[in-house]
Design a protein around this ligand. Structure first.
Ligand code: IPE
Ligand code: IPE
Ligand code: MG
Length: 253
């Protein structure tokens, strides 16, 4: 039995988020420059996007560049930007062929003008697609997102559009960069690091976390299937007891 057949497609995570980590070390272990790792990381992105779309996953968020990554050496930042823009431009026809809609979350105003332009075009060109939502986290950090949300909430209160008593979790969610998407059900981090690195801190409240030692440039569909199978073997309790959860499963059947 092949790995993909072990996946219950009726119980797929609605939203998978991935911290694509380990490109630099992957390259350095081969005696290559870190950018060589990023270049190979793009092949993993292609394979995983294709794999998620084939399975019927609805949302896939990929952490491609954090706010903190701007502090990396200039040649790496420039190289990464060029690679990101070049890849997005080249992938648009494939995204359209596979009915994939591109979204971006992050402080994109920090991106160079040419990158913002290319992104805007790619968003526009894929906007009518109705299949997988591919959400690229670019110049993203969760603290930036939350502070930005709070600023906008405060502005709406000041303008008399929002009453502080009416601020519920649902209302606050509307101010987040991810307001269009459900919270991730599965979060994968590659490369053997056990941290969140400022990624979706609010949205990951009840997400199942999956860590693998595989470096991102080696991560392929089979690794994604393994993560989903692992996810499907877990009991998600959301604060309740295991007995309550089992009872609810029986009544829902
Ligand atoms: C992930 O790989 C890609 C980005 C953060 C842009 P890294 O570049 O962080 O690779 P390591 O973690 O240094 O190996
Ligand atoms: C997180 O990886 C950001 C991305 C994958 C884009 P980092 O490599 O930047 O995270 P740290 O510095 O190891 O926590
Ligand atoms: Mg890293």
């Amino acid at each position: 039995m092949v790995l993909a057949d072990k996946i219950d497609t009726e119980r797929l995570p609605r939203h998978i988020a991935i911290i694509m980590d380990g490109n630099g070390r992957w390259a350095q272990e081969k005696g290559e420059d870190r950018l060589y790792g990023h270049l190979h990381g793009v092949e993993s992105v292609r394979d995983i996007v294709e794999g998620a779309a084939e399975l019927g996953v609805q949302h896939l968020t990929l952490y491609a560049f954090s706010t903190e990554n701007w502090d990396r050496p200039e040649y790496e930042v420039t190289g990464l930007m060029e690679l990101l823009v070049d890849t997005i431009r080249k992938e648009v026809p494939t995204l359209n062929k596979n009915n994939i809609k591109l979204h971006v979350i992050g402080d994109t105003g920090m991106l160079p003008a040419y990158a913002q332009q290319e992104l805007a075009e790619a968003l526009q060109e894929t906007s009518a697609n109705t299949g997988l939502k591919l959400i690229m986290a670019l110049s993203y950090s969760s603290r930036w997102e939350i502070v930005n949300a709070v600023k906008n909430v405060a502005a709406d209160v000041k303008a008399g559009k929002l009453n502080p008593e009416d601020i519920t979790q649902d209302v606050f969610h509307q101010y987040l960069a991810t307001h269009e998407f459900p919270d991730p059900e599965l979060m994968i981090r590659t490369s053997g690091e056990f941290r969140i690195s400022n990624f979706l801190l609010y949205q990951l409240a009840y997400t199942e976390l999956y860590f693998t030692n595989t470096r991102w440039p080696d991560f392929r569909k089979q690794n994604l299937y393994e993560a989903i199978i692992d996810f499907q073997g877990r009991e998600r309790r959301f604060g309740k007891t295991g007995e309550q959860v089992k009872k609810e499963e029986i009544t829902n059947q």
